[in-house]
Design a protein around this ligand. Structure first.
Ligand code: KIV
Length: 276
């Protein structure tokens, strides 16, 4: 995909059809300006529940609500025209029953314009994925490290090492058979990510997985150096915007204290012609 040629947003089936082709590019976004910046460069943009940690200062994604997802989903959708929007189902909005999942998925899609939802879980969520897909809700699955389950997974650990790899392969097959159009593999050994990518016929999207996945995703604030509370091994900083922002804020504070800002070009005379 060229970053300059204008394209129309793909649909979930277009993403599925990219299996084994040119790598799929995706990032998270939570606001209109950031969505606008990535629109021409990404195949799909995820309104991730990572918004809770990245923008709201929550200690995990568990406190994220439907209302937060809808607000950020609406903001992101205003910034996208070329990239497909996927939205995370927050913790507690889908696990209880397929009916609960459908109700909340439909609300997320209706109120934000998202083309698909993402939910966490493998074998145990397969019946829910099948229920949603049969009723018109495209589902992106998310297996491996599923951050909404950190309290049962024992923290942010690599998943699927050694014998546990078989269970993760079973998860990948189950979500594929249930009709997910692609599957995020988070924090799994490279060799397992490659085996899953070879095995399933839907695209795998890696985050802390393998360069040989069918696509990659990162949290935008991580890869731009805006979120600096911690950095996972799988994050590469492609820019250091946080440092630049802090330097700018410090320079502003110094100029205000020295009364050198605002300067003459920033203030208004009391006669016309007036400038904005
Ligand atoms: O919420 C999130 O940001 C995610 C990741 C896969 C990027 O789920």
């Amino acid at each position: 995909m060229s970053a300059t040629a204008k394209k129309s947003a793909p649909l979930p089936d277009d993403i599925r059809a990219r299996k084994g082709g040119e790598p799929l590019v995706s990032l998270t976004a939570y606001t209109t300006p950031m969505a606008q910046l990535m629109d021409a460069h990404c195949d799909f943009v995820l309104v991730g529940d990572s918004v809770g940690m990245v923008l709201h200062g929550l200690p995990s994604t568990l406190g994220v609500t439907m209302e937060m997802m809808i607000l950020h989903g609406q903001a992101v959708s205003r910034g996208l025209s070329q990239s497909m929007m996927v939205i995370d189902m927050p913790f507690g909005s889908y696990e209880e029953s397929p009916e609960q999942a459908f109700r909340n998925a439909a609300r997320l899609m209706r109120e934000t314009g998202a083309a698909a939802v993402k939910l966490e879980g493998g074998v145990e969520m397969a019946p829910t994925i099948a229920f949603l897909v049969k009723r018109g809700v495209p589902v992106m699955a998310h297996i491996g490290l599923t951050p909404q389950s950190i309290n049962t997974l024992g923290g942010y650990k690599v998943q699927g090492r050694g014998a546990a790899g078989e269970a993760l392969m079973a998860d990948a097959r189950a979500v594929t058979d249930a009709g997910a159009f692609c599957v995020v593999l988070e924090k799994v050994p490279e060799v397992l990510a490659n085996a899953i990518t070879q095995d399933v016929d839907i695209p795998t999207i890696g985050i802390g997985a393998s360069a040989d996945c069918d696509g990659q995703i990162l949290v935008v604030d991580d890869m731009l150096g805006l979120f600096t509370a911690f950095k996972a091994k799988f994050v590469k900083r492609f820019a250091n915007l946080g440092e630049g922002a802090e330097a700018g804020i410090a320079a502003y504070a110094a100029e205000v204290r020295a009364r050198s800002f605002p300067a003459s070009e920033h203030v208004f005379g009391d006669t016309a012609p007036e400038t904005k």
